[in-house]
Design a protein around this ligand. Structure first.
Ligand code: ADE
Length: 241
């Protein structure tokens, strides 16, 4: 697959800033006049790259994290840019039972799921979890020494017993709030998709998630940016397989 253009969807501005610098992207305005999502663009290694942040909530004044804004960002971005590949980049929680460390960068593979859409009706359970496929990236992960795992998305930062029960059924090893939302749009529109997630907190550790997240957001975002620059470089010269 020849990759001519890449769209990167990022929820928080603080996660996006180091990526924007690392890829040399320039702010080009809102992705759509009526929406808060912001667009940055540039050419990296001959590939047209744009990055969309979900922007700031006009009501609550905070970054538009979680699934609904990410679906909107992704859809509008695809309509405007027609990318050959979509990347959802951001931070996430990892698990010590799967060997995660703060600052690790994971590629979502072989799919991304939802853990908080529990619909106990015939056929609807699977729909709820989603299992949106990611473009095969195991070779790239190996070459770049990145970890891989099932990224699991929910609309909460906390981790309930029900979240755990669902994630354990598919060995979800990375917990975030956006990947499956972006993955759903990408799968629906048949656009190759990868999720790149840097670990800010250890979900099954002893430190409260909020403290660990805030303490490690900067470090994880720097690692995320460094790896994304390498990923874009890799994609511009290699096939993903
Ligand atoms: N983003 C960063 N850490 C997270 C966690 N533990 N759960 C959901 N989203 C996250």
């Amino acid at each position: 697959m020849e990759i001519k253009s890449i769209s990167i969807i990022v929820a928080m501005q603080q996660e996006a800033n180091p990526i924007i610098s690392a890829l040399g992207l320039v702010y080009s305005g809102k992705i759509s006049e009526q929406l808060p999502m912001l667009n940055y663009e540039g050419i990296t290694n001959g590939v047209n790259v744009n990055l969309v942040t979900n922007g700031i909530c006009p009501t609550y004044g905070i970054d538009l994290v979680a699934s609904q804004p990410s679906i909107l960002s992704t859809y509008v971005c695809v309509e405007k840019r027609k990318p050959s590949l979509i990347i959802n980049a951001g931070t996430a929680g990892g698990f010590k039972k799967y060997g995660a460390n703060i600052g690790d960068v994971y590629l979502g593979s072989p799919h991304v799921c939802f853990h908080d859409r529990r619909i106990n009706l015939p056929g609807f359970s699977e729909y709820g979890m989603g299992f949106y496929t990611t473009y095969p990236c195991e070779v790239m992960a190996k070459k770049m020494a990145l970890k891989t795992g099932v990224v699991s998305t929910g609309n909460s930062l906390d981790f309930s017993d029900d979240d755990k029960r669902v994630m354990d059924t598919y060995k979800g090893s990375v917990k975030d709030m956006e990947a499956a939302a972006v993955g759903w749009v990408a799968n629906l529109l048949q656009i190759p998709f990868i999720a790149v997630k840097a670990i800010t907190d250890i979900v099954d550790g002893s430190t409260p998630t909020k403290d660990e997240f805030l303490n490690n957001l900067e470090l994880a975002s720097e690692n995320l940016a460094a790896q994304l620059a390498k990923i874009v470089c890799f994609l511009s010269t290699n096939d993903l397989h």
